[in-house]
Design a protein around this ligand. Structure first.
Ligand code: BES
Ligand code: ZN
Length: 458
């Protein structure tokens, strides 16, 4: 397949220019002010699919549209379902960007723009590799189905319905997602496990309005005091979560997995400097990688109460709210964890305060069998592009569609990340290294070739 590789190397500059066009469309799914841009972006993706040689269409949903494209070569060949998202996170805070988020700019070998790595740049590697195969050979080594959605950054609310309604159309042998990262610079990774997540909000209401803290203070419960005290009991000084029953279903790593984690290069000082902290914290007796990838968490993501403006203000606030998420590991069940969280928090709520508990999205953790033939084939492809074989890792983040693919379509997923965790995902100055984009495109082109050799079982 040297011809395909040579072709891709020859047109790298054009590919980068086209990616910049994709990045100029501000497809922010969370903000309705950008709805027309999201729709325009879906059209851009459809035309990129068509240019690559796929039959493509835009499928409206109750929210933002899904773009679907496919090319079926032969029933004998494996069928690969590629998933990605064309929507992006809001660019705020704007004043922290060195160049405007939707005016892509290359500096120090990096392409800066919102969505550069999450996930437009990574999605585009797959479209360019398909285009190269089609230009040079007029056919693909596998059957390809592309599902690129516009609501990943807002919880993929309408995707499950689409999957359930289209099980035949989406039939495939394996899924491929490039929405994770390399393990480190030039160290490719195949991600074999993701944590799950549950999200909730707790609201405490005390007096019917804010009160003078001198006149009334000390005589009634203060919701902000109570919320801080309750939330303060979620995690112990030893890093253990103190919710009764929280660890009941948690699976320990196998000795082999512990050994594999231990063999990965990990520089604690570099990790601390990257996150800007002076010391690590977590469950005692566990390594940082184990804490991040294979242990559950309970984190407060935000707290709102009372006066937060300049200077003092002497009130007892009427309300206090906290947003909480727990990352889950195998075999924790989202509903059971939320029940335990609610019971624990409500049992600590002092008299005189109204306790409310709201539940949001949730998904279970997922681990893959690293010995599957698909993973072996993907490793070979990655080796060609990176010049070294991938390491097998887990990640602490969550990609709920992976579980939906398993449960609704019966599909395993290959998680192949071309970018880096240091690319400022969801943050100002998001970027993708130009070299990572080109290398990802080569990796993708090799992937189809190697997946074509896998014996199908379905
Ligand atoms: N691409 C990320 C997930 C990710 C990033 C996994 C890096 C592994 C390495 C995805 O876009 C994301 O942010 N997911 C959310 C899911 C949640 C909103 C349900 C997450 O993990 O917070
Ligand atoms: Zn993403």
């Amino acid at each position: 397949m040297q011809d395909v590789i040579d072709y891709l190397v020859g047109q790298q500059d054009d590919a980068l220019q086209q990616l910049c066009e994709f990045l100029r469309i501000p497809s922010v799914s969370a903000d309705s002010a950008f709805a027309a841009d999201v729709a325009r972006c879906a059209k851009w993706v459809r035309s990129a699919m068509e240019k690559a040689g796929l039959k493509a269409e835009i499928i409206p949903t109750k929210g933002h549209p899904i773009v679907y494209g496919e090319r079926i070569e032969s029933p004998e060949l494996p069928t690969i379902l590629v998933y990605g998202h064309y929507d992006v996170q809001p660019p705020d805070p704007l004043d922290l960007w060195t160049s405007p988020p939707f005016e892509p700019q290359i500096r120090d070998g990096r392409l800066f723009a919102r969505g550069a790595t999450d996930d437009k740049g990574q999605v585009f590697t797959h479209l360019k590799s398909i285009e190269a195969w089609m230009k040079l050979r007029g056919r693909l080594p596998v059957n390809i189905k592309f599902l690129i959605e516009g609501e990943e950054e807002v919880g993929s609310d309408n995707l499950e319905h689409f999957l359930k309604q289209n099980t035949d159309r989406l039939k495939a042998d394996v899924a491929v997602i490039s929405d994770t990262s390399q393990y480190g610079d030039g160290i490719p990774a195949i991600t074999c496990g993701l944590r799950g997540i549950v999200a909730a909000e707790v609201r405490l209401t005390g007096p019917s309005k804010d009160l003078h803290s001198g006149i009334f203070g000390g005589s009634i419960a203060n919701p902000a005091n109570a919320l801080a005290k309750i939330c303060g009991q979620l995690v112990g000084d030893d890093g253990r979560i103190q919710i009764p029953g929280f660890y009941d279903d948690v699976e320990e790593l196998t000795e082999l997995e512990k050994q594999q984690f231990g063999q990965l290069p990990f520089d604690e000082a570099a990790f601390l400097s990257e996150v800007g902290s002076s010391a690590p914290f977590g469950e005692s007796g566990r390594s940082t990688l184990e804490r991040r990838w294979a242990r559950p968490t309970c984190d407060i993501n935000g707290m709102i109460s009372g006066y937060t403006g300049q200077g003092p203000k002497t009130i007892i606030p009427s309300k206090a709210t906290a947003k909480i998420t727990c990352r889950l590991v195998p075999s924790q069940k989202p509903a059971k964890v939320l029940d335990a969280l609610e019971k624990f928090l409500s049992s600590l709520c002092p008299p005189g305060l109204k306790f409310e508990f709201l539940r949001f999205h949730g998904c279970e953790a997922f681990v893959f069998d690293p010995t599957s033939e698909w993973i072996t084939a993907a490793s070979e492809a990655v080796k060609v592009a990176f010049g070294r074989p991938p390491v097998f890792i887990r990640e602490g983040g969550s990609i709920p569609v992976v579980l939906s693919f398993k449960q609704i379509l019966g599909l395993d997923t290959l998680l192949l990340g071309w970018g880096r965790n240091t690319d400022n995902l969801h943050s100002p100055n998001e970027h993708m290294h130009v070299a990572d984009f080109h290398r990802g495109t080569l990796g993708s082109a090799c992937l189809w070739q190697h997946l074509a050799t896998v014996r199908r079982t379905s």
